[in-house]
Design a protein around this ligand. Structure first.
Ligand code: SF4
Length: 291
């Protein structure tokens, strides 16, 4: 049997920071692959030509049957992480499991960028082979989440908790779409929800740029992103990031114990990491992550 989700439409190398992961294997390269399709239909999807495969307004897509052994061999040689991203890897669980089985002898790790819309059975099936997942927290409640994506939010929170129970490293991402997801009260709700799980979970606040069904929407302003960072910090979150729009400061990790800058990043790449075995070199405080 052949399915589209056991194929690869995109494969290329980039830094793990670009997934984005900031507290997971900093500076490592990834071999990033994408199978077509997604469980959501987000109006702002930059990868809609691939992700909306199978839907009426779908664009043409191309892909080749995944050569699992070749991907793993390359990852082992390059000491790279295999990342599934750009579309929804939950539709490619069989591919993920095949990659994991082939990777196991080489110690190659597998990471996902996911919308988090996973059943308990899906989590139970795939979590044991995943090292890290960056999950989108797209809106503050079921109604807003459904309007933006076509699906409710509640299963996403549940998947976040359950993946953590398996020991998977979790980072979260939220796009700040003006008029949709940038309301300060909504952001405070999301921040409180994250803090209720763990204040050490890194939260990436993403700048929206007009695309797909939202081409007439304004991009997120730097002021809105800075305001969101303040809201997150007020909720107690220790690691809040803005990849673009706030400069190096938005991408830097500071020790929550003494304030020393311990990891710095450019746009999508590591520039310095002074951690010593995951600890601050100045005060020996442990910085949460898989370093
Ligand atoms: S979940 Fe991600 S890949 Fe899927 S439609 Fe939304 S933005 Fe696109």
């Amino acid at each position: 049997m052949q399915t589209a989700t056991h194929s690869i439409s995109v494969i290329h190398r980039d830094a793990v920071e670009r997934k984005p992961f900031f507290h997971y294997r900093p500076g490592r390269s990834t071999i990033t692959i994408a199978a077509p399709g997604c469980t959501f239909s987000c109006s702002y999807c930059v990868n809609y030509r691939l992700s909306q495969y199978g839907r009426p307004d779908s664009q043409e897509w191309t892909g080749e049957i995944a050569d699992v052994e070749a991907v793993v061999a390359d990852a082992a040689t390059e000491q790279a992480i295999i990342a599934l991203s750009y579309t929804e890897p939950a539709l490619a669980i069989e591919l993920t499991l095949a990659l994991a089985e082939a990777s196991d002898p080489y110690g190659v790790e597998i990471a996902w960028k996911s919308n988090g819309f996973l059943t308990d059975r899906a989590v139970d099936t795939v979590a044991p082979v995943l090292a890290a997942v960056n999950i989108d927290l797209k809106a503050a409640d079921n109604g807003r989440h459904r309007r933006l994506t076509g699906a409710p939010l509640t299963p996403v929170w549940r998947a976040i908790r359950r993946l953590r129970e398996f020991g998977v490293w979790i980072e979260l991402s939220t796009p700040l779409i003006p008029g949709y997801t940038d309301d300060p009260e909504d952001l405070a709700t999301l921040a409180a929800g994250i803090a209720d799980i763990d204040i050490d979970i890194p939260w990436h606040l993403l700048r929206f740029t007009p695309t797909f069904r939202m081409t007439s929407q304004d991009p997120t302003s730097p002021d809105a992103l800075a305001g969101a960072v303040s809201i997150a910090r007020s909720a107690g979150l220790r690691y809040v990031y803005v990849e673009r729009a706030l400069g190096d400061e938005g991408r830097a990790t500071r020790c929550p114990g003494c304030g020393t800058t311990v990891v710095t990043r450019g746009i999508w790449n590591l520039t310095a990491n002074v951690l010593v075995d995951g600890r601050c070199p100045a005060c020996d405080n442990t910085i949460a992550g898989r370093w």
